[in-house]
Design a protein around this ligand. Structure first.
Ligand code: AMP
Ligand code: FE
Ligand code: FE
Ligand code: ZN
Length: 281
């Protein structure tokens, strides 16, 4: 079984429509894929219809952007939650709205130095999609300012850049609690991805575990080898599930579907634990 539990469509910052992600999953020889768009479940219906057509099983999911009190970014994957759960829905709606205002502020700052308008950015965003820096990056690529998204993130769009603006994001333990309340299975995404910014210490893991964290995404290209040993110890000590995934973004990132996989045993456990929605086969 080839199981990849982390992929994005153009409902957030991936470049393919949900149905096309499912087609790509079939072409990559996957048996199971999770659609985990940032702060949104809007792609589930289209992906579900395509799952039945392609024969690839769909795990409905989401990736929630969180921030600790110290200001460290944490991404939380949620599988099989109820998309209509009011507490969780309120949080992600608040975050999505804040992302919109934040992107506008960043574009205003960037437009002082680069040929960039709000319309240029919107041109790269599918209707209703969760807005992120990758969309601003796409507009900067189109304007000839940078070569690709990676170059934008390595320079003017980093969190250390003077154009960077923060947006509302829930604390990780709150997000874990809400995912559980919505019947979902919370998994800490790429926990030691130090190239993206500061990473959290053991105390944050404990808080997330106390709130109901179910697993750690250990096999992800952004987790360096040193960090993986630490993650294996945490997983063992606290009895957490271990997953592996690609974090596919279509043409938006070099990550390819199936480059990291999750075992059939762990997938079965996730399916048992998730009660808010079902795997679509
Ligand atoms: P934001 O959530 O708007 O702050 O933007 C962060 C998103 O940008 C993450 O979800 C990543 O998927 C994406 N991202 C981060 N680094 C890169 C990179 N080097 N190339 C392409 N996308 C990136
Ligand atoms: Fe992303
Ligand atoms: Fe992420
Ligand atoms: Zn992701």
């Amino acid at each position: 079984m080839r199981i990849d539990l982390h992929a994005h469509s153009n409902v957030s910052d991936g470049t393919q429509a949900p149905a096309d992600v499912m087609e790509s999953a079939a072409a990559a020889g996957l048996d199971v894929i999770a659609l985990t768009d940032h702060d949104s479940t809007s792609g589930w219906a289209e992906a579900a219809a395509a799952a039945r057509k392609t024969g690839v099983a769909l795990v409905p999911g989401m990736e929630i952007s969180c921030r600790t009190a110290e200001g460290i970014s944490v991404h939380l994957l949620s599988y099989l939650h109820d998309p209509a759960h009011s507490g969780l829905l309120e949080e992600i709606t608040k975050a999505k709205d804040a992302r919109h205002t934040r992107a506008q502020r960043m574009v205003t700052l960037l437009s002082e130095d680069y040929p960039l308008t709000w319309d240029d950015v919107i041109h790269h965003v599918a209707p209703g999609a969760t807005l992120g820096r990758p969309h601003i990056a796409d507009a900067l690529v189109a304007a000839g300012v940078v070569e690709d998204r990676a170059e934008a993130f390595g320079s003017i769009l980093t969190a250390r850049s003077r154009y960077w603006v923060q947006h509302y994001a829930p604390e990780p333990a709150l997000a874990v609690e809400l995912v559980r309340a919505a019947g979902g299975v919370p998994v800490f995404a790429h926990p030691v991805a130090s190239a993206r910014g500061r990473i959290v210490g053991e105390q944050t893991y404990r808080e997330m575990i106390d709130a109901g964290l179910a697993g750690l995404e250990i096999y992800h290209r952004d987790n360096p080898e040193e960090g993986r040993a630490f993650l294996r110890r945490i997983a063992e000590r606290y009895g957490l599930l271990v997953t592996g995934s690609s974090d596919y973004h279509g043409a938006g990132k070099p990550n390819v579907l199936g480059e990291n996989l999750t075992s059939a045993e762990v997938f079965a456990r996730i399916e048992e634990l998730g009660t808010g929605s079902s795997v679509i086969r």
